[in-house]
Design a protein around this ligand. Structure first.
Ligand SMILES: *[C@@H]1O[C@H](CO)[C@@H](O)[C@H](O)[C@H]1NC(C)=O
Ligand SMILES: *[C@@H]1O[C@H](CO)[C@@H](O)[C@H](O)[C@H]1NC(C)=O
Ligand SMILES: *[C@@H]1O[C@H](CO)[C@@H](O)[C@H](O)[C@H]1NC(C)=O
Ligand SMILES: *[C@@H]1O[C@H](CO)[C@@H](O)[C@H](O)[C@H]1NC(C)=O
Ligand SMILES: *[C@@H]1O[C@H](CO)[C@@H](O)[C@H](O)[C@H]1NC(C)=O
Length: 491
């Protein structure tokens, strides 16, 4: 069962990745004319109602990247930069907001690139006083001043969404956010951190090795940048990196473009454009079970055997569906006194990325559980009877790690009252039984009705024949007329 779910998880992932990165021409070209290479003052555009995915407004000199209106959830609009062979945009103007895909939404350039809604309210603006807008061949959208000299007054590289492109500087003031808004990447004073935003829990940390240069106090924050030679470099001053995180193509001569993205599963992946496709070139987290929530709420991820459920009775739903309790209200347990919850215990459980978590020490699992039980913000605890370490989980339970050591005991609170009868397996079994039953009943009923129609028609045709009138012929479909007549004849 667990092997099966591992295989299906792996398959889902493969299909997902294939869809995401190797679809050729995911953006149908609707415009016949060659797209503009620059936008000047006076430029204005409204979304075209006939476009169903992307409306190009500006292209880079090579025609690889386009800037324009991206249709989101059928009715919404985002300003985005896309690559012709990548189904996710490399940049969106504001990941948290979108405008409406309607003729009343307007984009114009008056020195600022401005998007306004139906009541001419400004939704988003670059807030600049430039002369033109251009899209560089590395996907950087820039507002430039051309007089007295050419200067960049605004660039999309300073406002990344989930993607970093070769040579783009990512500073400690910036954040990469996964497209589903669940995960983020930020820089610390000497490390790169990945965080689950709902729990504020760091789940991956890459600390600078400081092999070639040391980080100096008082020399300002660090920044990172993808080097074309195949690594993610961390810099403090100048061009000597304080850290080099190698990609697969490190020190191998390549001519393609490298990008790094924070993906919906919380992993940070690098891709190399080799001229025809995007190839996976780097992965921050290689073990699936070390991802922040690979199997969903109240699940267990066991290295080598995949996803299962903490309660042993249910199976995790597909995707990040989670277990029994995933449909439950996950608002905290601090909403009123006293908190109502039931308790689930399981041996052979560990907290993931425990080296990034704080712990207490306790003399027994009972003592560890008591720390959690009393605190309404605590959803669970894991006790290691070997080391005496007690980990408290202060957010709704996500995927935990399954381990062989039975001395590691998990204690989990389940919010009471909601979620009854929502068990995935039981629910779906009941559902399937219901559907099968309905089909059976319907088949029997149709058969019965059909038989009656047939008998009746035989009778009718015999009567007609006997009357010497018109025969209705050998066949008659069981259309609504026949049913109506059956209904009528029953009355
Ligand atoms: C451009 O238009 C916006 C919105 O109408 C306005 O706030 C801004 O001042 C204008 N900028 C320039 C340089 O005219
Ligand atoms: C992009 O343009 C710059 C000049 O602006 C050029 O030096 C570089 O080779 C170009 N890169 C690609 C991949 O075409
Ligand atoms: C990134 O920063 C370096 C110096 O820190 C600078 O030379 C380079 O132009 C910056 N790149 C971009 C795309 O802004
Ligand atoms: C851009 O297009 C040129 C050919 O027009 C190609 O050689 C190059 O690899 C492309 N770069 C990207 C990043 O798509
Ligand atoms: C920890 O628990 C396991 C299984 O419950 C038990 O076999 C072992 O003796 C315990 N170890 C200690 C140090 O209490």
């Amino acid at each position: 069962m667990e092997a099966l779910s591992l295989i299906s998880a792996a398959l889902t992932r493969v299909v997902f990745m294939a869809l995401l990165f190797f679809t050729s021409h995911p953006w149908p070209r609707t415009e016949a004319a060659k797209p503009a290479q620059e936008l000047v003052k006076g430029f204005e555009a409204i979304p075209d109602s006939t476009v169903d995915s992307f409306q190009t407004l500006l292209a880079d000199p090579d025609g690889n990247f386009s800037f324009g209106f991206l249709r989101v959830n059928r009715t919404r609009l985002s300003l985005a930069v896309i690559h012709r062979n990548l189904s996710d945009p490399v940049w969106v103007s504001d990941p948290t907001r979108s405008a409406s895909w309607s003729g009343k939404t307007r984009l114009f350039f008056n020195g600022s690139l401005v998007i306004t809604d139906r009541s001419s309210r400004v939704e988003w603006s670059t807030g600049t006083d430039g002369d033109r807008v251009v899209l560089r061949n590395d996907s950087n959208l820039q507002v430039e001043k051309t007089k007295p000299s050419q200067t960049v007054v605004w660039q999309s590289f300073d406002f990344p969404s989930n993607t970093l492109v070769e040579n783009q500087n990512f500073t400690s003031a910036m954040t990469l956010v996964s497209p589903n808004g669940l995960y983020s990447m930020r820089l610390g004073n000497d490390f790169i951190g990945l965080y689950a935003d709902d729990s504020h829990q760091m789940y991956w940390k890459h600390k600078a090795l400081e092999a070639k240069a040391k980080i100096e106090d008082g020399s300002g924050p660090v920044h990172i940048r993808i080097n074309p030679n195949g690594y993610l470099g961390m810099y403090q001053r100048g061009n000597t990196p304080v850290d080099v995180e190698a990609f697969n193509s490190f020190q191998r001569p390549t001519t393609g473009l490298l990008i790094l993205r924070l993906e919906p599963d919380g992993n940070l992946r690098g891709y190399l454009w080799d001229g025809s496709q995007w190839a996976l070139n780097y992965q921050a987290i290689s073990d699936t079970c070390e991802l922040p929530n690979p199997c969903g709420p109240y699940s267990l991820c066991t290295p080598g055997s995949g996803c299962s459920c903490i309660d042993k009775q249910t199976r995790p739903g597909p995707g990040f569906g989670g277990c029994t309790h995933s449909t439950q209200d996950q608002s905290d347990l601090c909403d009123g006194a006293p908190a109502r919850f039931t308790v689930l215990r399981r041996n052979g459980v560990e907290v993931p990325f425990k080296e990034l978590r704080e712990h207490k020490t306790a003399s027994s699992s009972e003592e560890c559980e008591a720390f959690c039980e009393e605190k309404c913000e605590c959803w669970g605890s894991v006790y290691n009877n070997g080391s005496g370490f007690c980990y408290l989980v202060n957010y709704p339970i996500h995927t935990m790690l399954g381990v062989a050591d039975e001395g590691k005991v998990g204690y989990f609170k389940l919010r009471e009252g909601v979620g009854k009868g929502k068990r995935w397996e039981v629910g779906s079994t009941v559902g399937i039984a219901f559907v099968c039953g309905t089909v059976l009943v319907l088949t029997v009923a149709m058969g019965f009705v059909g038989l009656r129609v047939w008998r009746r028609e035989r009778r009718v045709s015999r009567i007609l024949e006997e009357d010497g009138g018109l025969s209705p012929g050998p066949y008659k479909d069981l259309g609504s007329d026949s049913f109506n007549s059956i209904e009528m004849s029953r009355r």
